[in-house]
Design a protein around this ligand. Structure first.
Ligand code: M6P
Ligand code: ZN
Length: 186
C-alpha cells in the first residue's frame, strides 16, 4: 500500500489519493449548543468544520496511527463559540495529539467523572490529549482554527456519551472575551 501523502503546512490541507474529506454542517450539531433559539435562527446547511484525514490502515487496527487536519470556522451560536462535536475514544485509554497551524481557540478536556478544563490552542501549540479524556476544539478567534491531529487507529469514537450528557462546561463570550462556564442542568 502507498503510505505517503502531503501536507501544505501553511494551510493544513492534505493531498494524495488516500486523503478522505468530510464536513460537519450546523444542523448535524444541533444537540451540542446550549442556546436552541439562537441555533434555530442560523442556516443549518452552513459548514462548521471540515476534516481532511489519512487512514493508512483499517480503523480498529492495533498499533497503527491516523492523521487529520480540522478546519473549524469562526462564529457563535448565541454566545457560544463554534466547536467540534467532541468525543471520548471508544478504547478509553487511547491518547491523541492536536497541533495548531492557524487561529486561536480552546481545547476542552473532560474526564470520565464529568470534570472539564480548557487548554489554550494557538498557532504552534501542541496539545497532548491523554487517554480517558473527552476532547472538543472551540474556535474563539475571528479566523478558522486549523489543527492537525494524530491518534491510534484502534481508538475509535464514542460520540454517544457526549451526545447524551454533553460537556460539563461551555466556552462562551463574556465581555468580549472567551470564558469557560459551568453548564446549568435544567
Ligand atoms: C480531529 C480528530 C478526529 C476527529 C476530528 C473532528 O481531526 O480528533 O479524530 O474526527 O478532529 O472532531 P469530532 O470527531 O469530535 O467531530
Ligand atoms: Zn480523538
Amino acid at each position: 500500500m502507498n503510505s505517503i501523502i502531503h501536507i501544505d503546512w501553511n494551510t493544513g490541507r492534505l493531498f494524495g489519493p488516500q486523503v478522505q474529506h468530510s464536513e460537519k454542517k450546523l444542523k448535524e450539531l444541533a444537540h451540542i449548543f446550549h442556546d436552541q433559539t439562537a441555533f434555530s435562527a442560523l442556516p443549518g446547511d452552513d459548514v462548521i468544520y471540515r476534516v481532511d484525514s489519512f487512514k493508512p490502515v483499517t480503523a480498529g487496527t492495533e498499533g497503527g496511527l491516523f492523521w487529520g487536519t480540522t478546519f473549524l470556522e469562526p462564529g457563535k451560536v448565541g454566545d457560544e463559540y463554534f466547536m467540534t462535536a467532541g468525543h471520548f475514544h471508544h478504547v478509553r485509554n487511547r491518547a491523541e495529539y492536536y497541533a495548531v497551524i492557524e487561529g486561536e481557540g480552546a481545547l476542552l478536556l473532560m474526564d470520565e467523572s464529568g470534570k472539564t478544563h480548557a487548554e489554550a490552542m494557538q498557532k504552534g501549540s501542541i496539545n497532548y490529549i491523554p487517554g480517558y479524556m473527552a476532547h472538543r476544539a472551540v474556535n474563539t478567534g475571528n479566523v478558522p482554527l486549523v489543527f492537525v491531529a494524530s491518534w491510534p487507529s484502534d481508538a475509535g469514537y464514542d460520540y454517544e456519551t457526549i451526545a447524551h450528557d454533553g460537556f460539563s462546561a461551555l466556552m462562551v463570550e463574556r465581555d468580549g472575551k472567551p470564558a469557560l462556564i459551568e453548564r446549568s442542568r435544567a
